[in-house]
Design a binder for this molecule. Structure first.
Ligand code: WTA
Length: 633
């Protein structure tokens, strides 16, 4: 997607006087220079400016046990105190924290006061179910207000949420519940999406047949279809919230800055997804600072991050970031094209959205419907736009800029990861923009591009993207697997953080992300691992072995292609290919369904038996197979 990098370098979009006049940071170069000289001092200043603490830190950055960095050690806090409680005493008490619209058009709104009441009541309910500080709680829901409410309630009592994206299915959910050992699961009867119902509760029932740890399932009623409620295990949210145990007076548990806030499963280089752990103290500083400066949020703004709360983008920039800043966030339940392809544009018009943040795949998808749809709507409230999840191709960037932003709205192409918690490479509104480039390292960060041997490559050359400085919102570890944390992120080049992406830097210091260099595939911006899709395929009785690779796709960015070796007695056919796609959909989730399935007689492997996906990819693209000296005979 980052083709034509060198030709595009001179295509520069400078900020207008209007943008400059409102920017929180007009002199980004000055601020970058100051933060570059003293990044610890920069983060300390932001921690004081944007966040309240119950007791101060003894050290801003403790790097005595690298790479297990600690931030604001000794400080006492809770992100929910900063996201909700502190606003209740001041001017934000009556301000809208969340505006929500359902797919069928109903609206719900929560002032900070109202949000606090819901969160506190549900936090009390969780306590009465026996949830304690440090316990993991799995949340598997559609995009309804109860999803952020559940997250905030878990965090409020010092427990740790583990949100599983509502688009995942049985095995994906089962694996994540099992690994986290959650005893409480919060879900919905179903979710509305594109006019259909996703039967979340039925998937939960299936997943729980495979694991035993869950004792309580709390079910939010949304779609109202009939669901099985297992006695003694399953309870309705609305029933619990009507009981005296739903006490609106629930003190926020003040925890250590380094205590875990949440874990979020994500795909890595090999094997099963692993849970990235984020903590209360540093995360809130990183998220609040990045959102404030990159999206220039103002008190009167209405902010819409159109991601799903089930991914890190939703955690940081739907739930925590906007609330920390006392902003008004908007959340929409359904599909962007339902009932018509202008649903998003209609919502921007209806709610007067000022800052809008989405993924390139959505832009490309909506682009295909033509300009007439957005042109029917008044988009003049928009001031800034954002992009995340995968490289944005220059054509999509220009369309977004011209048709949605009417050439007035700078586009913030933010590069970051589940692991980083907050933006790491990003433009700022006051920075000249290059379509397709993610800009520069955020204040205090220093990035580089390394060759295989760990020496920096020349400008314009491709290499491994690394981050060279610790940052407060960084992950703290991998849940139950600290060795893997060290091995996967900090071992290839000791002392620097390996991102897993390849990139180039141009002569102006702008970064151009090319894509993943490991076994992670970004399908429509969703992060999936080859291993998980392969094991879903292999769990089908007809499949002996499987390998999947990602290939370029016009709308999805990358699509999954599967190569399958059948067991004896089975024969490849279009019907079996369809069945396998369906099977992956049911086990992993619809987003993981392969684009196509090829039946093969053998898979290229190394002599030690590792599948060489690189060779499959080269063959599919008609390229040279490269060094195949290790290929098995
Ligand atoms: C990719 C999503 C290009 C990248 C926040 C990264 C991007 C992975 C961008 C992390 C961007 C994210 N330009 N690529 N602006 N943002 N990526 O953990 O490959 O779901 O490593 O976090 O998404 O995906 P994750």
């Amino acid at each position: 997607m980052a083709e034509n990098v060198s030709e595009r370098i001179e295509e520069l979009y400078r900020p207008s006087a209007e943008v400059m006049a409102q920017a929180h940071v007009a002199d980004w170069e000055g601020m970058a220079a100051r933060a570059g000289k003293d990044f610890v001092g920069f983060w300390e200043e932001k921690a004081r400016e944007l966040i309240d603490w119950h007791s101060p830190w003894t050290k801003v950055l403790d790097d005595s046990n690298k790479p297990f960095y600690k931030w604001f050690t000794g400080a006492r806090t809770n992100i929910v105190y900063n996201a909700i409680d502190r606003h209740l005493k001041g001017a934000y008490r009556n301000k809208l924290a969340l505006i929500w619209e359902g797919e069928s058009g109903e609206t719900r709104t929560f002032s900070y006061h109202a949000l606090n009441r819901e969160v506190s009541k549900f936090a009390s309910v969780l306590k009465s179910l026996g949830v304690k500080k440090g316990d993991r709680v799995t949340i598997y829901m559609g995009r309804v207000p109860e999803l952020p409410i559940a997250m905030l309630a878990v965090a409020k009592i010092g427990a740790v949420h583990s949100v599983v994206y509502g688009g995942f299915s049985t095995e994906a959910l089962h694996g994540r519940i099992d690994d986290s050992q959650s005893r409480v699961l919060i879900t919905c009867d179903g979710a509305f999406l594109a006019g259909k119902i996703i039967e979340l509760k039925r998937i939960v029932d299936e997943a729980l047949k495979r694991s035993a740890a869950v004792e309580h399932v709390v079910v939010v009623k949304r779609t109202c279809q009939e669901v099985m409620m297992e006695q003694g295990r399953d309870m309705w949210y609305h029933d619990l919230m009507g009981l005296p145990i739903a006490d609106p007076k629930c003190p926020t548990e003040i925890v250590d800055a380094e205590d875990p806030l949440y874990m979020l499963y994500t795909s890595g280089t090999t094997g099963k997804p692993k849970a990235i752990v984020h903590s209360h103290g540093g995360y809130q500083v990183g998220v609040a600072t990045t959102l404030k400066y990159v999206f220039d949020l103002k008190d009167e703004d209405r902010w819409w991050c159109a991601a799903d709360p089930g991914w890190v983008t939703g955690h940081s920039y739907i739930v925590y970031g906007p609330l920390l800043l006392g902003a008004t966030g908007f959340m929409y339940e359904g599909a962007p094209t339902y009932p018509y392809p202008d649903r998003w544009w209609q919502l921007i018009e209806k709610y007067g959205i000022n800052v809008f943040y989405t993924a390139p795949t959505a832009i490309r998808g909506l682009m295909r419907w033509g300009e007439a749809w957005p042109n029917r709507r008044d988009l003049s409230s928009l001031r800034l736009l954002g992009s995340v999840g995968e490289p944005i191709n220059p054509e999509a960037w220009r369309w977004y800029h011209r048709v949605i932003g009417k050439e007035r709205c700078p586009i913030m192409d933010t590069w970051w990861q589940t692991e980083t918690g907050a933006f790491q490479i990003t433009p700022l509104p006051s920075m000249p923009l290059k379509p397709g480039s993610g800009g520069r390292p955020f204040f205090g960060q220093e990035a580089d591009i390394y060759g295989e041997d760990g020496t920096p490559v020349k400008d314009g050359e491709e290499g491994f993207l690394v981050l060279k400085r610790p940052w407060p919102a960084m992950m703290r570890t991998i849940y139950n697997d600290p060795d893997r944390y060290v091995q996967q992120y900090w071992s290839k080049y000791p002392g620097v953080y390996l991102t897993g992406d390849s990139a180039k830097r141009d002569k102006d210091g702008y970064y151009w992300i090319i894509g993943r260099v490991d076994d992670v595939i970004k399908v429509s911006g969703y992060r999936l691992g080859t291993a998980e899709v392969e094991s879903a395929l292999v769990s089908h009785p007809s499949v002996a072995e499987a390998a999947v690779i990602g290939l370029a796709h016009e709308v999805k960015g990358t699509a999954i292609h599967a190569y399958v070796l059948l067991r004896q007695g089975f024969e490849g056919s279009p019907a079996l290919a369809e069945e396998l796609k369906k099977h992956v959909g049911a086990e992993m989730g619809p987003i993981a369904k392969p684009e196509d399935v090829s039946f093969v007689a053998s898979l290229p492997k190394t002599r030690s038996g590792k599948i060489m996906r690189r060779v499959l990819k080269a063959r599919a693209q008609g390229l040279s197979e490269g060094d195949i000296s290790t290929l098995e005979e």
